[in-house]
Design a protein around this ligand. Structure first.
Ligand code: G3P
Length: 220
């Protein structure tokens, strides 16, 4: 479902990639994936899952689901519904949407019952190791203080990448501040199977160019 090495672009709620623009933005990512044959996925805001998944071939992920069933749960996001709308997986516990351990465990269970791939985000290698116990498909380690900034995890904390791979195992993604070919290259060289990125692509003047630069880093 999610082939590695992979670049997952988290659209968050950046102006350039929500609503109608989510479709335009995802089409750019789809084009880059087609041209370069790289494995690229987009994690979009829940209201955009349907429109984006119908417009592109690349995998579409939800940014969050709840540990929730059909019923009286106002505002909750159900695994079944994101799946029905075209998502093939979900992020969980992103730094900007952290949830209690119990809720992570429950949401992983709900995702698996619905056949969704799961990427659990963690703030560091120790938390990543602990959350790996829930058996997600990937653990994405992102130091919160570097998210959205100009200094990448690869530059500032290569030891964290090494440590994460050592402690968690093979399905480790890393992210935060990733912007360049070299950032991706270092992350992959140190053993991660890809990156989770947002602003480096979503806020780039030319997202297509920015994404192509990142893709170059996948082939060391
Ligand atoms: O989910 C990816 C994200 O938190 C990293 O954001 O903007 O530092 O690439 P950014």
């Amino acid at each position: 479902m999610l082939k590695t090495p992979i670049i997952i672009i988290n659209c968050k709620t950046y102006r350039g990639c929500v609503g109608k623009k989510a479709v335009e933005f995802a089409k750019v990512c789809d084009k880059v994936a087609k041209e370069t044959k790289a494995s690229i996925a987009v994690a979009v805001s829940a209201p955009d899952i349907f429109s984006v998944s119908r417009a592109v071939k690349i995998p579409v992920l939800a940014q969050h689901i709840d540990d929730s069933e059909f019923g009286s749960n106002t505002g909750n996001i159900l695994a079944e519904v994101v799946k029905e709308n075209g998502a093939v997986g979900t992020l969980l516990n992103h730094s900007e949407k952290r949830i209690p351990k119990k809720a992570i465990e429950g949401a992983v269970k709900r995702a698996k019952e619905c056949g969704l791939a799961v990427v659990i985000c963690a703030k560091d290698d120790d938390e990543g190791k602990e959350l790996a116990g829930f058996k997600p498909d990937f653990i994405a380690v992102e130091p919160p203080e570097l998210i959205g900034g100009d200094i990448s995890v690869s530059t500032a904390q290569p030891e964290l990448i090494k440590g994460s791979v050592r402690k968690i195992g093979k399905n480790v993604l890393v992210g935060a501040g990733v912007k360049t070919t070299e950032d991706v290259k270092v992350a992959v060289k140190l053993g991660s199977v890809g990156i989770l990125v947002a602003s480096g692509v979503t806020k780039a003047k030319d997202p297509e160019k920015a994404l192509k630069e990142l893709v170059k880093g996948l082939s060391n």
